[in-house]
Write a protein that binds this ligand. Structure first.
Ligand code: PMV
Length: 343
Protein backbone atom coordinates (compact mmCIF):
# COMPACT_ATOMS: atom_id res chain seq x y z
CA UNK A 1 0.00 0.00 0.00
CA UNK A 2 1.33 3.46 -0.86
CA UNK A 3 1.20 6.06 1.90
CA UNK A 4 -0.81 9.23 1.27
CA UNK A 5 1.13 12.45 0.68
CA UNK A 6 2.49 13.69 4.01
CA UNK A 7 1.76 10.40 5.70
CA UNK A 8 4.55 8.78 7.70
CA UNK A 9 4.63 5.15 8.78
CA UNK A 10 6.77 3.93 11.67
CA UNK A 11 7.36 0.51 13.17
CA UNK A 12 8.32 -0.23 16.76
CA UNK A 13 8.99 -3.60 18.32
CA UNK A 14 7.56 -4.15 21.75
CA UNK A 15 9.92 -4.54 24.68
CA UNK A 16 9.84 -6.86 27.64
CA UNK A 17 11.13 -5.56 30.96
CA UNK A 18 13.66 -7.72 32.77
CA UNK A 19 13.73 -5.23 35.64
CA UNK A 20 10.14 -4.05 35.89
CA UNK A 21 8.62 -0.59 36.02
CA UNK A 22 5.74 -0.62 38.50
CA UNK A 23 4.76 2.71 40.02
CA UNK A 24 4.86 6.39 39.07
CA UNK A 25 6.44 9.36 40.83
CA UNK A 26 4.20 11.70 38.81
CA UNK A 27 0.98 10.47 37.23
CA UNK A 28 0.35 13.47 34.96
CA UNK A 29 3.79 13.32 33.36
CA UNK A 30 3.96 9.53 33.56
CA UNK A 31 7.23 9.66 35.47
CA UNK A 32 8.40 6.30 36.80
CA UNK A 33 9.09 5.82 40.50
CA UNK A 34 12.16 3.72 39.60
CA UNK A 35 14.35 2.90 36.63
CA UNK A 36 13.71 -0.22 34.55
CA UNK A 37 15.57 -2.39 32.05
CA UNK A 38 14.24 -4.22 29.02
CA UNK A 39 14.85 -6.03 25.76
CA UNK A 40 13.35 -4.61 22.56
CA UNK A 41 12.06 -7.33 20.24
CA UNK A 42 12.27 -7.70 16.48
CA UNK A 43 8.62 -8.66 16.09
CA UNK A 44 5.42 -8.40 18.14
CA UNK A 45 5.41 -4.72 17.37
CA UNK A 46 3.19 -1.94 16.07
CA UNK A 47 3.05 -0.33 12.64
CA UNK A 48 1.49 3.12 12.72
CA UNK A 49 0.76 5.67 9.99
CA UNK A 50 0.04 9.31 10.84
CA UNK A 51 -1.19 12.01 8.50
CA UNK A 52 -2.04 15.55 9.64
CA UNK A 53 -4.64 17.33 7.55
CA UNK A 54 -2.42 20.41 7.28
CA UNK A 55 -4.97 23.23 7.21
CA UNK A 56 -7.23 22.08 10.00
CA UNK A 57 -9.97 21.72 7.40
CA UNK A 58 -12.00 19.55 9.73
CA UNK A 59 -13.37 22.73 11.34
CA UNK A 60 -14.31 23.33 14.94
CA UNK A 61 -15.08 20.16 16.84
CA UNK A 62 -13.21 17.92 14.40
CA UNK A 63 -11.45 15.07 16.12
CA UNK A 64 -8.48 12.90 15.37
CA UNK A 65 -9.48 9.71 13.58
CA UNK A 66 -7.86 6.58 14.92
CA UNK A 67 -8.25 3.17 13.32
CA UNK A 68 -6.77 0.28 15.29
CA UNK A 69 -6.45 -3.12 13.69
CA UNK A 70 -9.04 -2.15 11.07
CA UNK A 71 -11.71 -0.77 13.44
CA UNK A 72 -12.31 2.73 14.90
CA UNK A 73 -10.61 3.06 18.30
CA UNK A 74 -12.85 3.26 21.39
CA UNK A 75 -13.41 6.58 23.18
CA UNK A 76 -10.80 5.99 25.89
CA UNK A 77 -8.07 5.08 23.40
CA UNK A 78 -9.01 8.01 21.15
CA UNK A 79 -8.78 10.42 24.12
CA UNK A 80 -5.35 9.02 25.10
CA UNK A 81 -4.01 9.28 21.54
CA UNK A 82 -5.44 12.79 21.06
CA UNK A 83 -3.80 13.98 24.30
CA UNK A 84 -0.53 12.61 22.98
CA UNK A 85 -1.00 14.22 19.54
CA UNK A 86 -1.81 17.56 21.25
CA UNK A 87 1.74 17.52 22.66
CA UNK A 88 3.14 16.86 19.18
CA UNK A 89 1.00 19.66 17.70
CA UNK A 90 2.15 22.07 20.43
CA UNK A 91 5.79 21.14 19.79
CA UNK A 92 5.45 21.45 16.00
CA UNK A 93 3.83 24.90 16.26
CA UNK A 94 3.10 26.43 12.88
CA UNK A 95 4.35 23.34 11.03
CA UNK A 96 0.96 21.69 11.52
CA UNK A 97 -1.17 24.21 13.37
CA UNK A 98 -3.03 23.58 16.59
CA UNK A 99 -6.30 22.78 14.77
CA UNK A 100 -4.85 20.19 12.38
CA UNK A 101 -6.45 16.83 12.99
CA UNK A 102 -4.63 13.57 12.45
CA UNK A 103 -5.60 10.38 10.72
CA UNK A 104 -3.88 7.51 12.51
CA UNK A 105 -3.97 3.89 11.43
CA UNK A 106 -2.27 1.36 13.60
CA UNK A 107 -1.78 -2.40 13.36
CA UNK A 108 -0.65 -4.38 16.37
CA UNK A 109 1.27 -7.58 15.98
CA UNK A 110 0.39 -8.37 19.60
CA UNK A 111 -3.07 -8.74 21.16
CA UNK A 112 -4.07 -5.26 22.40
CA UNK A 113 -4.47 -4.78 26.20
CA UNK A 114 -3.63 -8.39 26.96
CA UNK A 115 -0.48 -7.85 28.97
CA UNK A 116 1.66 -8.35 25.88
CA UNK A 117 2.82 -4.73 26.10
CA UNK A 118 1.10 -3.34 23.01
CA UNK A 119 1.17 0.15 24.55
CA UNK A 120 4.99 0.03 24.58
CA UNK A 121 5.34 -0.48 20.84
CA UNK A 122 2.16 1.53 20.17
CA UNK A 123 3.30 4.81 21.70
CA UNK A 124 6.88 4.38 20.44
CA UNK A 125 5.61 3.96 16.86
CA UNK A 126 3.16 6.85 17.33
CA UNK A 127 5.91 9.14 18.70
CA UNK A 128 8.13 8.47 15.67
CA UNK A 129 5.36 8.64 13.03
CA UNK A 130 3.55 11.67 14.49
CA UNK A 131 6.65 13.82 15.00
CA UNK A 132 7.94 13.10 11.51
CA UNK A 133 4.50 13.70 9.96
CA UNK A 134 4.47 17.03 11.84
CA UNK A 135 7.78 17.99 10.26
CA UNK A 136 9.86 17.45 13.41
CA UNK A 137 13.19 15.58 13.54
CA UNK A 138 13.66 14.79 17.22
CA UNK A 139 16.80 13.08 18.54
CA UNK A 140 16.17 9.64 20.10
CA UNK A 141 16.38 10.81 23.71
CA UNK A 142 13.66 13.41 23.06
CA UNK A 143 11.56 10.82 21.26
CA UNK A 144 11.98 8.60 24.31
CA UNK A 145 10.74 11.37 26.64
CA UNK A 146 7.78 11.97 24.32
CA UNK A 147 6.92 8.27 24.05
CA UNK A 148 7.03 8.04 27.87
CA UNK A 149 4.21 10.57 28.08
CA UNK A 150 2.03 8.06 26.21
CA UNK A 151 3.13 4.98 28.15
CA UNK A 152 6.05 4.53 30.51
CA UNK A 153 7.32 1.39 28.84
CA UNK A 154 7.15 3.00 25.37
CA UNK A 155 10.16 5.16 26.21
CA UNK A 156 12.28 1.99 26.00
CA UNK A 157 11.05 0.83 22.57
CA UNK A 158 12.62 3.91 20.93
CA UNK A 159 15.92 2.02 21.26
CA UNK A 160 16.91 -1.46 20.16
CA UNK A 161 18.34 -4.37 22.11
CA UNK A 162 18.92 -4.06 25.85
CA UNK A 163 17.71 -0.70 27.12
CA UNK A 164 17.72 1.05 30.48
CA UNK A 165 15.07 3.58 31.41
CA UNK A 166 16.12 6.25 33.90
CA UNK A 167 13.85 7.29 36.73
CA UNK A 168 15.16 10.83 36.31
CA UNK A 169 15.33 13.49 39.01
CA UNK A 170 13.77 16.54 37.39
CA UNK A 171 10.19 17.49 38.10
CA UNK A 172 9.50 18.17 34.40
CA UNK A 173 10.62 14.66 33.40
CA UNK A 174 13.16 15.86 30.84
CA UNK A 175 15.72 13.39 32.23
CA UNK A 176 13.29 10.44 32.46
CA UNK A 177 14.37 8.84 29.18
CA UNK A 178 15.70 5.50 28.06
CA UNK A 179 19.14 4.76 26.61
CA UNK A 180 20.61 1.72 24.89
CA UNK A 181 22.82 -0.40 27.14
CA UNK A 182 26.31 -1.08 25.90
CA UNK A 183 27.49 -4.67 25.90
CA UNK A 184 24.34 -6.45 24.86
CA UNK A 185 24.66 -5.91 21.10
CA UNK A 186 24.65 -9.12 19.13
CA UNK A 187 23.89 -11.32 22.14
CA UNK A 188 21.85 -14.09 20.56
CA UNK A 189 19.05 -14.56 23.07
CA UNK A 190 15.38 -15.29 22.43
CA UNK A 191 12.15 -14.52 24.19
CA UNK A 192 9.51 -17.23 23.95
CA UNK A 193 6.05 -15.93 24.84
CA UNK A 194 3.56 -18.47 26.17
CA UNK A 195 0.14 -16.93 25.52
CA UNK A 196 -2.24 -18.19 28.21
CA UNK A 197 -5.47 -16.40 27.32
CA UNK A 198 -6.92 -14.36 24.48
CA UNK A 199 -9.12 -12.11 26.63
CA UNK A 200 -8.32 -8.56 27.81
CA UNK A 201 -6.47 -8.13 31.10
CA UNK A 202 -8.53 -7.34 34.19
CA UNK A 203 -6.89 -4.01 35.07
CA UNK A 204 -4.73 -1.66 33.00
CA UNK A 205 -1.21 -0.98 34.22
CA UNK A 206 -1.76 2.70 35.15
CA UNK A 207 -4.72 1.94 37.43
CA UNK A 208 -3.00 -1.15 38.84
CA UNK A 209 0.21 0.73 39.65
CA UNK A 210 -1.75 3.48 41.36
CA UNK A 211 -3.77 0.95 43.35
CA UNK A 212 -0.62 -0.95 44.35
CA UNK A 213 1.15 2.24 45.47
CA UNK A 214 -1.88 3.32 47.50
CA UNK A 215 -2.86 0.06 49.19
CA UNK A 216 -0.06 -2.52 49.09
CA UNK A 217 2.10 -2.83 52.22
CA UNK A 218 4.76 -4.34 49.94
CA UNK A 219 5.03 -1.35 47.59
CA UNK A 220 7.81 0.35 49.59
CA UNK A 221 9.78 -2.91 49.67
CA UNK A 222 9.30 -3.29 45.92
CA UNK A 223 10.69 0.21 45.29
CA UNK A 224 13.63 -0.38 47.63
CA UNK A 225 14.89 -3.37 45.65
CA UNK A 226 14.86 -1.99 42.11
CA UNK A 227 18.25 -0.21 42.09
CA UNK A 228 19.97 -3.39 43.26
CA UNK A 229 18.28 -5.32 40.44
CA UNK A 230 19.25 -2.69 37.88
CA UNK A 231 22.90 -2.84 38.94
CA UNK A 232 22.94 -6.65 38.83
CA UNK A 233 21.24 -6.72 35.40
CA UNK A 234 23.74 -4.23 33.94
CA UNK A 235 26.65 -6.39 35.12
CA UNK A 236 25.01 -9.57 33.79
CA UNK A 237 24.40 -8.02 30.35
CA UNK A 238 27.95 -6.67 30.10
CA UNK A 239 29.25 -10.17 30.95
CA UNK A 240 26.62 -11.91 28.76
CA UNK A 241 25.79 -14.03 31.76
CA UNK A 242 22.32 -15.39 31.01
CA UNK A 243 21.81 -17.22 34.34
CA UNK A 244 22.76 -14.06 36.26
CA UNK A 245 20.38 -11.96 34.17
CA UNK A 246 17.66 -14.60 34.49
CA UNK A 247 17.85 -14.65 38.29
CA UNK A 248 17.31 -10.87 38.36
CA UNK A 249 14.47 -11.03 35.81
CA UNK A 250 12.59 -13.70 37.77
CA UNK A 251 12.87 -11.99 41.12
CA UNK A 252 11.94 -8.59 39.66
CA UNK A 253 8.78 -10.03 38.06
CA UNK A 254 7.80 -12.01 41.15
CA UNK A 255 8.32 -9.02 43.46
CA UNK A 256 6.26 -6.78 41.19
CA UNK A 257 3.43 -9.32 41.18
CA UNK A 258 3.79 -9.90 44.93
CA UNK A 259 3.35 -6.17 45.54
CA UNK A 260 0.25 -6.13 43.30
CA UNK A 261 -1.19 -9.28 44.90
CA UNK A 262 -0.78 -7.72 48.35
CA UNK A 263 -2.84 -4.67 47.30
CA UNK A 264 -6.29 -4.27 48.84
CA UNK A 265 -8.29 -5.59 47.05
CA UNK A 266 -5.72 -7.84 45.42
CA UNK A 267 -4.60 -7.56 41.81
CA UNK A 268 -4.02 -11.05 40.47
CA UNK A 269 -2.98 -11.24 36.84
CA UNK A 270 -2.18 -14.95 36.80
CA UNK A 271 -4.33 -17.85 35.73
CA UNK A 272 -3.68 -21.57 36.21
CA UNK A 273 -1.72 -21.77 32.95
CA UNK A 274 0.57 -18.97 34.15
CA UNK A 275 1.67 -21.09 37.12
CA UNK A 276 1.90 -24.23 34.99
CA UNK A 277 4.17 -22.35 32.54
CA UNK A 278 6.39 -21.17 35.42
CA UNK A 279 6.67 -24.77 36.57
CA UNK A 280 7.60 -25.79 33.02
CA UNK A 281 10.42 -23.20 32.88
CA UNK A 282 11.73 -24.35 36.25
CA UNK A 283 11.59 -28.00 35.18
CA UNK A 284 13.53 -27.21 31.99
CA UNK A 285 16.14 -25.50 34.13
CA UNK A 286 16.43 -28.52 36.39
CA UNK A 287 17.20 -30.51 33.25
CA UNK A 288 20.12 -28.16 32.59
CA UNK A 289 18.57 -25.67 30.13
CA UNK A 290 19.31 -22.02 31.01
CA UNK A 291 15.81 -20.55 30.66
CA UNK A 292 14.18 -17.90 32.85
CA UNK A 293 10.71 -16.37 33.05
CA UNK A 294 9.19 -12.96 33.37
CA UNK A 295 5.52 -11.91 33.57
CA UNK A 296 4.00 -8.49 32.84
CA UNK A 297 0.61 -7.04 33.74
CA UNK A 298 -1.20 -10.04 32.37
CA UNK A 299 -1.21 -13.83 32.56
CA UNK A 300 1.33 -14.62 29.83
CA UNK A 301 4.75 -16.06 30.57
CA UNK A 302 7.82 -14.90 28.68
CA UNK A 303 10.84 -17.19 28.72
CA UNK A 304 14.34 -15.83 28.13
CA UNK A 305 16.82 -18.32 26.71
CA UNK A 306 19.65 -18.77 24.22
CA UNK A 307 18.74 -18.88 20.51
CA UNK A 308 19.90 -22.48 20.32
CA UNK A 309 17.34 -23.53 22.97
CA UNK A 310 14.37 -21.49 21.72
CA UNK A 311 12.69 -24.31 19.77
CA UNK A 312 12.89 -26.73 22.68
CA UNK A 313 11.56 -24.11 25.09
CA UNK A 314 8.69 -23.25 22.70
CA UNK A 315 7.72 -26.90 22.21
CA UNK A 316 7.76 -27.51 25.97
CA UNK A 317 5.69 -24.41 26.76
CA UNK A 318 3.20 -25.16 23.96
CA UNK A 319 2.51 -28.52 25.62
CA UNK A 320 1.55 -26.91 28.96
CA UNK A 321 -2.21 -27.23 29.62
CA UNK A 322 -3.86 -23.84 29.05
CA UNK A 323 -1.12 -22.40 26.87
CA UNK A 324 -2.91 -21.20 23.73
CA UNK A 325 0.18 -20.68 21.58
CA UNK A 326 3.79 -19.59 21.73
CA UNK A 327 5.54 -16.75 19.89
CA UNK A 328 9.32 -16.47 19.63
CA UNK A 329 11.11 -13.15 19.16
CA UNK A 330 14.74 -12.06 18.93
CA UNK A 331 16.32 -8.76 19.98
CA UNK A 332 15.35 -6.05 17.50
CA UNK A 333 16.18 -2.46 16.53
CA UNK A 334 14.56 0.68 17.92
CA UNK A 335 11.47 2.43 16.57
CA UNK A 336 11.96 3.78 13.06
CA UNK A 337 10.29 5.36 10.05
CA UNK A 338 9.56 2.70 7.43
CA UNK A 339 7.61 4.73 4.85
CA UNK A 340 7.25 8.45 4.06
CA UNK A 341 9.02 11.25 5.91
CA UNK A 342 12.06 10.88 3.67
CA UNK A 343 12.62 7.23 4.68
O1 PMV B 1 3.98 1.29 30.16
P1 PMV B 1 2.86 0.73 30.94
O2 PMV B 1 2.07 1.78 31.63
O3 PMV B 1 1.98 -0.17 30.13
O4 PMV B 1 3.45 -0.19 32.14
C1 PMV B 1 4.24 -1.31 31.91
C2 PMV B 1 4.22 -2.20 33.08
C3 PMV B 1 4.91 -3.55 32.91
O5 PMV B 1 4.81 -4.01 31.58
C4 PMV B 1 4.21 -4.56 33.80
C5 PMV B 1 6.37 -3.51 33.33
C6 PMV B 1 7.33 -2.87 32.37
O6 PMV B 1 8.34 -2.35 32.84
O7 PMV B 1 7.11 -2.93 31.14
Amino acid sequence: MTAAAGAVTAFAGTNIALVKYWGKRDAALNLPATGSLSLTLDRLGTRTTVHFDGDGGGGAGATDRIVMNGAPADAATTARVTAFLDRVRAHAGSRVGSTARAFVTTENGVPTASGLASSASGFAALAVAATRAAGLELPPDELSVLARLGSGSAARSIFGGFVEMARGQRADGSDAAARPLAGGEGWDVRLVVAVTTVGPKPMGSTAAMEHTARTSPYYAAWLAGVDIDLAAARVAIAARDLPALGVVAERSALRMHAAAMAADPAIIYWNPATLAALACVRALRERGLPVFFTIDAGPHVKALCRAAHADEVAVSLAAVPGVVKTLTAAPGPGARVVEGGGA
